[in-house]
Design a protein around this ligand. Structure first.
Ligand SMILES: NC(=O)c1ccc[n+]([C@@H]2O[C@H](COP(=O)([O-])OP(=O)(O)OC[C@H]3O[C@@H](n4cnc5c(N)ncnc54)[C@H](OP(=O)(O)O)[C@@H]3O)[C@@H](O)[C@H]2O)c1
Length: 255
């Protein structure tokens, strides 16, 4: 691939689930990918190999979204990897995807659980994006990953759903302030998807899967490949005029 036409996406949480499918969809469109993993290095390396098989450059870095004090060191590693592996100093698309689940009733949620969720899903997105700005190209794109649970409410998701709601508001503020650099910012809100998330409960618990399928107009829960292509589209030229939008990708749930 010619150096001057190379576009690079940084996908947090690209080792499994939705982030893996995003990396595959992006690389399938000729976009090079730098993915992160938290603990599953082998899975991340398999995604890197699969992306490279699509004919792009790819690499993986360890990143703990819940450790904000480590973000400066992570950005230093991103800069070195961009230089050493991709031969550039900046990237084009930031996909804020990494995350963990919390199912805990409002009355029982501890401050520690709350802080973990806020750090990973909200404070982390705020500061990783802020710290990425010097190495994000003008004209780039940011896609934040929210959840249907920011729009509708289900028992046990008060901390998680409200953190995702904060990211949706943050998306509009980012779009407002980064437009002067021609950077567009959108938020994708998946409905329930059959991944490892939350111990794989949407995929593996037949009662939960059936309940959520029945609530969905298209009659099933989502699959990772329902999401990755939408994120890749938002990074494509066809999506260049979409900005500050929330796109729910959920098969029509609670409509
Ligand atoms: N699945 C759903 O039903 C659903 C619905 C709506 C929104 N979402 C959102 O979609 C995103 C991806 O979810 P998923 O279903 O793909 O989950 P998943 O299959 O459990 O994968 C989670 C990914 O995030 C990484 N990760 C976990 N904890 C991390 C941490 N502390 N720091 C950095 N990275 C971490 C994991 O890395 P390792 O592989 O190294 O552990 C993995 O790559 C999340 O933001 C989630 O909130 C999911």
């Amino acid at each position: 691939m010619a150096q001057e036409t190379q576009k690079i996406a940084l996908v947090t949480g690209g080792s499994r689930g939705l982030g893996k499918d995003m990396a595959m969809s992006l690389s399938g469109k000729g976009i090079s990918v730098l993915i992160t993993y938290n603990s599953k290095k082998d899975e991340a390396e398999a995604v890197v190999a699969a992306a490279q098989a699509n004919g792009v450059k790819a690499a993986a870095l360890q990143f703990d979204a819940g450790k904000i004090s480590g973000y400066d060191g992570f950005i230093t590693s991103v800069k070195k990897t961009l230089h050493d592996v991709f031969g550039v100093e900046r990237f084009d698309f930031l996909i804020n995807n990494a995350g963990v689940a919390l199912y805990s009733p409002f009355a029982e949620t501890t401050e520690e659980q709350f802080d973990t969720i806020m750090d990973i899903h909200y404070k982390g997105v705020f500061f990783l994006t802020q710290k990425s700005l010097p190495i994000l190209n003008d004209g780039g794109r940011i896609v934040n990953i929210s959840s249907g649970l920011a729009r509708f409410s289900q028992p046990g998701s008060s901390a998680y759903g409200s953190a995702k709601a904060a990211v949706e508001s943050l998306t509009r503020y980012m779009a407002k302030e980064l437009g002067e650099r021609s950077i567009s910012v959108n938020v994708v809100a998946p409905g329930p998807i059959a991944t490892d998330f939350g111990g794989g409960r949407v995929r593996d618990n037949a009662d939960i899967n059936g309940h959520l399928s029945a609530l969905t107009a298209l009659g099933r829960v989502g699959r990772p490949d329902d999401i990755g292509g939408v994120v890749a589209f938002l990074c494509s030229d066809d999506a260049k005029w979409i900005n500050a939008q929330r796109i729910e990708v959920a098969g029509g749930i609670f409509i």
